[in-house]
Design a binder for this molecule. Sequence first.
Ligand code: NI
Length: 422
Amino acid sequence: MKWYRSDERIPINRAIKKRGKGRRPVRCPIRGRLNIKTMKQLQEKLEAIFQDFHRHPEISAKEFRTTKKIKEYLAEWGVRLIALPLPTGALAEIGTGNGPVAALRCDLDALPVQEETGLPYASEVPGRMHACGHDFHMTSVLGAAMLLKERESRLKGTVRLIFQPAEEINEGADPMLRTGLLGDVSEYYGIHADPEIDAGTLGIREGAVMACPDHFRIRIQGRGGHGAQPHLSLNPIPCAASAALALQQAVPGKIGPFSPCVLSVCRIQAGDAWNVIPGQALLEGTLRTMSDTDRATGISAIRQIAEYTAKAWGCTAETAFFPAPPPVVNNAELAAFAAETARSLGIGVIRQEPGMIGEDFAEYLREKPGCFIRVGTGIGPGLHHSKFRADPSALSGTAEYLAELVVRRLDKMSGSQSGKES
Ligand code: NI
């Protein structure tokens, strides 16, 4: 199910067809210089913005051009910018300036990947690509900003727009929260492109939807020597191999069959020569869990297995964990509301399958309730793949949905019964 085929600009989503194809008016026409009155016009405007972001990807914490463009768009549309004491990223708001406050968050960073999509608007920066759909997220939230700006005088509170940097390295959400500029937010909403769902269909579910992406590193200390004399040294390589096998089998086993847990050893490094036993070996990998309890069990099991395996081989092990966001846990009531809003707009909703990828949107949900929504961007190569492509056909529909969702949440939070747009 799609909202627009970007090549022909023909809406083929059932709901949109029913409501009058591309000529269907947007829920609140955008006046002023933009003069956007129909979904087709909104779609064209958003596709131009999306293609520009896609052509100019910037990696984590270096999103300088992206930040500048976002601020230019928002200023052009008359959206209030809030001074953000961070090198990249932007914060803005629409509405009364008072509570209740609902936040829409998107992320800005691209990846160190060489694009191989062959798209006419492919990345112009070698070795950099929007391979995680963050260009789609930003454009959708900008589209929502355009629509919300036109409804500003009727909003029953404030929508805070968070354009967050450095999501890919988990260093964006925490600094954003520490600015103290989000203290009054009551609810958070975020989206992520999903290449496993048809373009324009949403994936929503309550509870844990994304994992805690822990990163561990184990340094195994042995004693180097001649390859011909293992009895005079302590070879850390068989020890590392035993530890890798034990970790992958035993850690999920400790957590049990009814809780999702993934452990992958992704890197082993040791030795420089074929006939020299090295002194050290390094193991690195990731532990993925869906709850704080399972995470704690997993971390303690990794430390224990590393230590005891090393001991069995006469070596020692040092285990380090790096900071990671918690699992993304959607509030049940807000997830139901988000799904109901989509259905009332005629948008297809599926019950989202949880995934073991991590997302620092979880940091916001640690503060306040909210919902992280998957947006189908067309079945294709997975996130972070050099051929990943987010189908832009769903941009205007996503923007409209996000705007409508926060308007209805503000209505609900402010106790108003007028949940429907006039
Ligand atoms: Ni992402």
